[in-house]
Design a protein around this ligand. Sequence first.
Ligand code: AHG
Ligand code: MN
Ligand code: MN
Length: 322
Amino acid sequence: MRRLTPVLREDGVDLDLISLIRTILAACKEISFRVSQGALAGVLGSTLDENIQGETQKQLDVVSNELFKDITLESGFCRAIMSEEEEFSVPGNPEGEYLVAFDPLDGSSNIDINSLIGTIFSIMKAPVGAAPDDQDMFLQPGTQQVCAGYVLYGPSTMLCMTTGKGVRMFTLDKTHGGFLLTEDKVSIPPATKEFAINMSNQRFWETPMQRYIDDLIKGEEGKREKRFNMRWIAAMVGDVHRLLCRGGIFMYPTDTKNQKQPFKLRLLYEANPMSFLVEQAGGVSSTGYERIMSMTPNNIHQRVAVVMGSKDEVETCLDYHK
Ligand code: AHG
Ligand code: MN
Ligand code: MN
């Protein structure tokens, strides 16, 4: 349980924050186990419900959300939590110092095809004196995050995390249940020949993005004078993991496919935590027009355009938007 007065580790990190992170990892290990059991755990397929975003909920969206919510609230470290799968924030311990925003299961369309999925989380400090049911506590810019990360449920289960001093990756050792440090200093190469975007939306993008992608596709015959390759995992957690491992540019730009919803990805529990990781690994993250982490959210489920990854390539893309 949380301590009454903050106790700091030698490097200045609050021990309550470390305990909260351990709690989050305990929840992710539970999710990882169910993911690996697949049909045997009865977690595949859809529910009959829609979430607040109007998306059909998969069984695993619901199971992951309940596990993550119950375990983090039970720990006592959180003043409140908020999730993609919850319409409102959920109040926690009035004495809790932290707020956690999370996407319990990212890449829902991959669940039933046994493909890459993950959990994304973002931790901020709760404002002094704010009531646990004050949802506006979450409307802080991404620069206020004290920790962000994701757990990837792939061939191995991996944690990628930052507390603002670089990015580390850990691999879950299922023989004893611990996350072992496997990459100490994650660094995104500034140049790349790999891009990730859902090309089926091409005709709905704005002109600057159309022109940028056209020039990538022209390869060595176009003004970029090099051949690009494309990847699309359809789970941000997987696409961002790839660019943290070997560079690249990941985009989910504004589109006019659905006039009521010009953006796909959510600021508080997708774009902000991933931007924190990308920036900490030497990359750049923008909407195309402004730094994502500098935006002040106006709604807990706000959506935003995303362009992130290798520094030089993202800056080239941003030049098209000027
Ligand atoms: P979620 O499963 O949490 O709703 O998020 C899915 C998001 C993101 O992870 C991914 O990059 C994108 O949706 C995939 O979009 P497309 O279906 O357009 O490929
Ligand atoms: Mn998601
Ligand atoms: Mn999700």
